[in-house]
Design a protein around this ligand. Structure first.
Ligand code: GDP
Length: 473
């Protein structure tokens, strides 16, 4: 029987920190942490045991303070010189280990944001003994020094890249360690079950109550459902981060191009009274409230003899296959036809909104349907509020993001693997298989969940995560 791992107390959010798992590189590193562009100010970060000494070599404080004597979280104003001339007047901030981002002694030099100037200061730092930092090396050191778990480190990148409220909120959840806490909780449950199994298999007199078949399968099914739910949240988060692929469908002249133009706020698609004008797929990215839609306006759907229009129509169906969201446009004046119902049937299982258009021409109400309806007159419409409400119900996000979720493919894959292992254990429990066969499944699942937080990971995994970072982070 393999020994089971004791439940760790590290929760990635301020709990007990793990021991040093890796040999931390003791070189002092430096990089420009602000963008490689001219700006008001720029910041050069130096981290490692020599950082205060290097800063002291090149910096002269106005008040005469030596950098090596400065306390953590204090600043000094002064000049940086390359030994022969003053390069700039700067503000220098000192962080003392372990109370810094990396967990090491760190100095941040904030200078004027000229590209050449910043690089000159960085070169001077190198000449005094620092090595160039690799991609994501500051954050990697934070991870290796136990300041962040691996999932929190990954979230730092998402915080930087977030370009909307919901993306930022998801990233901040992950960065705060909520995912880690949830993983810790589930793997703790699995480890408890493993302990009970080990006890039982060690010829205990009585079966522990948690291993009674009904109780065990119920617990495993609950854990499995929880893991699947988390994976589903990843898919939703992905849609929020990368944009909702949205296809506009409907019969010719229903007003699809007008809806496209309403959402884009410009005349993106050609609008005419001639049915069959849009034959190619027209794509545009628009922000609707919290959501980014990648809109595709397609050829109107109808039976046609025209070869070019027919190609456009088959492209429309291809777009439907890829879509996260369908906006199905119907001309309220013409009403819902059998063809509309046929196409809506094809959309089943996909998030679909019925856009009941041209309400300025007709008082006809939309048919009773379980599909959410947005009633508009696209050529006059100004507000997107109705649509935003539907998007919020479909995709959550923004204020609706209330749960931790995996935010990278790596994390999601591990959660899916853990779910499959738990499912296998649950199936075996249900069919009355030997208990020891379940042990390996539970161990595999717990290992996957620990790997999310960077416990028991190989150097390759760590390098893979940080290679996606930029230099300076
Ligand atoms: P598509 O073929 O589905 O892309 O339809 P279009 O957007 O090209 O619109 C077809 C015709 O309907 C054009 O003459 C539009 O001006 C008109 N139209 C579209 N939406 C409205 C609307 O809300 N009210 C009115 N009165 N006309 C509209």
């Amino acid at each position: 029987m393999p020994a089971f791992t004791a439940r760790s107390t590290f929760n990635g959010s301020g709990g007990a920190l793990p021991p040093f798992l890796f040999e931390v590189n003791m070189k002092t590193i430096a990089a420009i942490s602000t963008p490689d562009a001219a700006g008001g100010i720029a910041m050069i970060r130096i981290s490692g045991p020599e950082s205060l000494r290097i800063a002291d070599d090149i910096f002269t404080a106005v008040n005469g303070t030596k950098v090596t004597e400065m306390r953590g979280y204090t600043c000094a104003y002064g000049t940086v010189s390359d030994g022969s001339e003053i390069l700039d007047d700067v503000v220098l901030t000192v962080f003392r280990a372990p109370h810094s981002y990396t967990g090491e002694d760190t100095v941040e030099i904030t200078c004027h944001g000229g590209i050449y100037l910043t690089k000159r200061i960085l070169m001077t730092v190198y000449l005094h003994g620092a090595d160039p930092a690799g991609a994501g090396e500051f954050t990697k050191r934070a991870f290796l020094n136990g300041k962040l778990s691996l999932s929190q480190a990954e979230a730092v990148m998402d915080v930087i890249q977030a370009d909307g409220e919901s993306e930022l909120r998801l990233a901040n959840y992950a960065k705060s360690g909520r995912l880690g806490t949830e993983m810790e909780h589930i793997s703790g449950e699995l480890v408890d079950l493993m302990s009970a199994l080990a006890y039982w298999l060690d010829d205990a007199e009585e079966c522990p109550p948690e291993l009674e078949r009904g109780t065990l399968t119920a617990q495993l099914s609950r854990i499995y459902a929880h893991l699947r739910e988390m994976s589903a949240r990843y898919q939703d988060g992905l849609v929020l981060r990368s944009g909702i692929r949205t296809v506009l469908l409907g019969k010719p002249n229903a007003g699809k191009s007008s809806v496209m133009n309403w959402l884009c706020g410009t005349n993106r698609s050609i609008v005419t009274e001639i049915a069959g004008t849009t034959r190619d797929v027209v794509t545009e990215q628009v922000k609707i409230g919290l959501y980014t839609l990648i809109l595709s306006d397609t050829a109107g759907l109808r039976e046609t003899e025209n070869a070019i229009e027919a190609i456009g129509i088959s492209q429309a169906y291809l777009e439907l296959d890829k879509a996260d969201l369908v906006l199905y446009v119907v001309d309220a004046d013409a009403g819902m036809s059998a063809e509309d119902l046929d196409v809506l049937e094809k959309c089943r299982g996909r998030r679909t909104v019925l856009i009941w258009n041209k309400t300025d021409l007709s008082q006809t109400l939309p048919p009773q349907t379980d599909i959410p309806v947005v009633q508009i007159a696209a050529i006059h419409e100004k507000s997107t509020e109705q649509l935003e409400k539907v998007l919020s119900a479909f995709f959550g996000g923004g204020a609706n993001v209330t749960a931790a979720a995996p935010i990278t493919e790596r994390q999601n894959l591990l959660i899916c693997r853990a779910a499959e292992a738990v499912k296998h254990a649950s199936d075996m429990a249900e069919c009355g298989a030997e208990m020891d066969m379940m042990y390996a499944d539970l161990e595999r699942a717990a290992k996957c969940l620990r790997e999310i937080e960077g416990k028991e990971v190989t150097d390759d995994v760590i390098d893979g995560v940080f290679s996606k970072f930029c230099v300076g982070k």
